[in-house]
Design a protein around this ligand. Structure first.
Ligand code: PTJ
Length: 263
C-alpha cells in the first residue's frame, strides 16, 4: 500500500492525527449538509481540546460510567436517545445499532432549529438503518415548560414520556430542566465540568466516537444480568467521585506532559 495514499477527504492515511482529522472532516461535511449547526464546529473543537488533555483514550472512570449507564438503561421503563447534529454526523451507524440493542428509540432534538436540519438528520439516520425516528413531526410536538430553548419541543412518545433520557454532547440548561421534571439523565461529555456533566446522573467523560461502540458491547453483555445484579452495579457507582477521577487524570496527564513533551 502506498503509505502516502490520500483518502477522498485529502487527509493522508499516515498522518499522525489521521483519525482526529477524519472526524473533523465529518463535522465539516455535516455542516455543509445541514446536519451540523455552525456552532457544532466550535463544540467539536472544545471536545477535541479536552480529549487531547486526557490522552485521547477511554479512561477507567469512563469505563465505569459506561457500565453504570448501561445498567440504568436496562432498568429503565421508557429510555430514549436524544440525537443532535454533531452526534448524527459523527456516529450515525452506532446510534442506530445502540438503539436496537438497548431497545430505546431515537429522537431528534435540536438546539438550532434551522430549516431543513431535521430532514437532513433524518436522512442520515435512515441511511444507517433507522426504521423509526421520533421528534420529526412538528405538529405532534409538545413543550417542556421548564425549558426556554428550542430543545423544549419534544415528542410525546419520546422524551416527554421517558423516565431516562440519554443526551450526548449537550449544551447547558436542558439537563437541569429534565432533572427538575423527574427524569434520569445520562450524558457523554468530554468536558467533565460542563453544566450538563455536573447535573447528569451518569456522566461519561469520553469521546462519543469511542464511547458508543463500547456501550453497544457492554449492552450485549449486561443484558444477561438480573435486575438485582444491575442494581448492585449502580450502588457501587458514584458520579461525583467518578468526575473527580476524570479531573485527576487531566491533572496527571498535564503533569506528565510538562516533562515528557520536552525530552
Ligand atoms: O445540533 P444542535 O442544534 O442540537 O446543537 C448541538 C451543539 C453541540 C452545537 C449544541 O448542543 C452546543 O452548543 O453544545 P455545547 O454547549 O458546545 O456543548 C457540547 C459539549 O459536548 C461540550 O462540553 C464539548 O466539550 C462536548 N463534546 C464535543 N464533541 C464531543 C464532546 N463530547 C464527547 N465527544 C465528542 N466528540
Amino acid at each position: 500500500m502506498n503509505k502516502n495514499r490520500e483518502s477522498n477527504n485529502s487527509i493522508p492515511e499516515d498522518h499522525p492525527r489521521y483519525q482526529s482529522l477524519t472526524y473533523r472532516h465529518k463535522i465539516i461535511e455535516g455542516m455543509k449538509n445541514l446536519i451540523v449547526a455552525e456552532a457544532g464546529l466550535m463544540a467539536h473543537g472544545r471536545g477535541e481540546t479536552f480529549d487531547y488533555i486526557m490522552g485521547e483514550r477511554t479512561n477507567k472512570p469512563a469505563k465505569k460510567a459506561i457500565e453504570a449507564a448501561i445498567a440504568v438503561f436496562l432498568l429503565a421503563k421508557h429510555p430514549i436517545i436524544s440525537v443532535n447534529g454533531n452526534v448524527a454526523a459523527l456516529v450515525p451507524d452506532e446510534l442506530v445499532e445502540f438503539s436496537k440493542v438497548i431497545k430505546a428509540p431515537l429522537e431528534i432534538n435540536l438546539f438550532y432549529r434551522k430549516e431543513g436540519r431535521i430532514e437532513a438528520i433524518k436522512r442520515v439516520l435512515k441511511n444507517s438503518g433507522a426504521k423509526k425516528l421520533l421528534g420529526t413531526k412538528e405538529n405532534k410536538m409538545v413543550e417542556i415548560e421548564e425549558l426556554s430553548s428550542n430543545r423544549r419541543k419534544v415528542d410525546p412518545d419520546g422524551i416527554k414520556k421517558a423516565d431516562l433520557v440519554f443526551i450526548p454532547l449537550e449544551d447547558g440548561d436542558r439537563t437541569e430542566a429534565l432533572k427538575k421534571i423527574g427524569k434520569q439523565v445520562i450524558t457523554v461529555d468530554l468536558n467533565p465540568i460542563s453544566r450538563t456533566a455536573l447535573w447528569a446522573d451518569i456522566t461519561i467523560v469520553d469521546n462519543i466516537i469511542r464511547t458508543l461502540p463500547l456501550m453497544i458491547k457492554k449492552a450485549r453483555k449486561l443484558k444477561e444480568l438480573s435486575q438485582d445484579e444491575l442494581q448492585s452495579i449502580l450502588e457501587n457507582f458514584n458520579n461525583k467521585k467518578n468526575i473527580q477521577e476524570s479531573l485527576d487524570l487531566i491533572i496527571k496527564y498535564i503533569e506528565t506532559q510538562k516533562t515528557e513533551a520536552f525530552k
